[in-house]
Design a protein around this ligand. Structure first.
Ligand SMILES: [Fe+2]
Ligand SMILES: [Fe+2]
Length: 276
């Protein structure tokens, strides 16, 4: 489909509330050239919990082509009214009668790419096996395109690394973990094929606890009383993303670049922290 020898796939870890949307928009606007594929995890995009249509539209307009998600996807009930109409995946190994879909081949201007969203089982919910379904899924997608991206939304590092070994042997081009909201320093290429990072991290409030206001998280942990959490402040923002450079003919990932930037919001514009 594409004549380009390589494509750039930019993935943003979980966007947490308004600071997450602000950070990603500012980062995309700052790029001299837009990547061919922009994917983001949107499970926390609306007030930290789930996704509203207006926030999907806002970020789609800003340049995010496709959203993956995770355990928070159903937090905003409005999502049931639009998940089938937009480029938003929920984990593939949710119960089979769940709304939406968990894997799809997307046609973008410069490429055709298969995107898969899976959720882990270790320290997570009682989900179906992500292992039993992946082989057939990748096999079917490879018949259409050599480029496949996997977001494995999981808690345990070892489960994510095990999935990475398996996915790379099946022929996946790029994989990231999400859910822990902390970027890991282990980006690499596995089996001479797949770009990988255990977790891309999150986009949102820098002075926060994984994107949420510290006071509420502390209150919840110290008191064991259910406490409503709110999104952290937006004066300083962080961008956590990973850029994969993938050979279009073969689907082999040649380069993985971690992006971890801090921006400051002046009330009018968003600038690199150093320009404050
Ligand atoms: Fe998340
Ligand atoms: Fe999650």
């Amino acid at each position: 489909m594409t004549a380009k020898p390589y494509i750039d796939l930019l993935f943003f870890g979980d966007l947490v509330g308004k600071p997450g949307r602000m950070a990603v928009k500012a980062y995309l606007e700052s790029l001299p050239e837009r990547p061919d594929v922009v994917i983001a995890n949107g499970e926390n995009i609306s007030h930290g919990f789930g996704m509203l249509r207006k926030h999907y539209d806002e970020m789609h307009e800003a340049g995010v082509h496709i959203f993956t998600s995770g355990n928070h996807i159903w937090d905003q009930k409005e999502v049931f009214t639009f998940i089938d109409e937009v480029n938003l995946l929920r984990p593939y190994n949710f119960p089979s009668n769940s709304p939406g879909c968990g894997a799809k081949i997307f046609q973008l201007p410069n490429c055709e790419i298969g995107v898969i969203n899976m959720i882990g089982q270790v320290f997570m919910g009682n989900y179906n096996s992500p292992w039993e379904q992946l082989d057939e899924l990748v096999y079917d997608m490879l018949a259409v395109t050599p480029m496949i991206f996997l977001d494995f939304h999981a808690e345990a590092t070892a489960e994510k690394m095990a999935m990475a070994w398996h996915a790379s042997s099946l022929g996946v081009s790029a994989m990231t973990g999400t859910h822990t909201h902390v970027q890991t320093a282990d980006s690499k290429i596995l089996n001479n094929r797949m770009g990988y990072i255990t977790d891309t991290g999150f986009n949102g409030s820098y002075n926060s606890i994984i994107g949420m206001e510290a006071a509420g998280s502390l209150q919840r942990l110290k008191s064991h009383i259910p406490t409503r959490l709110s999104v952290g402040p937006d004066d300083i923002l962080q961008v956590n993303a990973v850029r994969f450079t993938i050979e279009t003919k073969t689907g082999v990932c040649r380069k993985v670049e971690r992006i971890n930037e801090v921006l400051t919001y002046t009330g009018e514009s968003i600038l690199p922290l150093s320009a404050r």
